[in-house]
Write a new protein. Structure first.
Length: 68
């Protein structure tokens, strides 16, 4: 099974690249808000949190099937 920490490690450099590209394109006065939104969407309150809940549910479901 894939661990959440492994996925987060793989996602980190990709988030940085996205933000680096956006910094070149998005006007400076709007970039701070853009960065905050991207990090929220992909971080613990967004994708990372969703993934954590999904993996927890999957683990519970597997444990439930073993005891049945």
């Amino acid at each position: 099974m894939v661990a959440l920490a492994d996925i987060v490690l793989l996602l980190g450099p990709r988030k940085k690249r996205l933000l680096d590209i956006a910094e070149l394109i998005v006007p400076k006065e709007q970039f701070r808000l853009f960065r905050k939104n991207i990090l929220n969407e992909l971080g613990k309150d967004g994708f990372e949190g969703d993934l954590h809940r999904l993996l927890e549910r999957q683990t519970r479901d597997r444990a439930g099937n073993k005891s049945a």
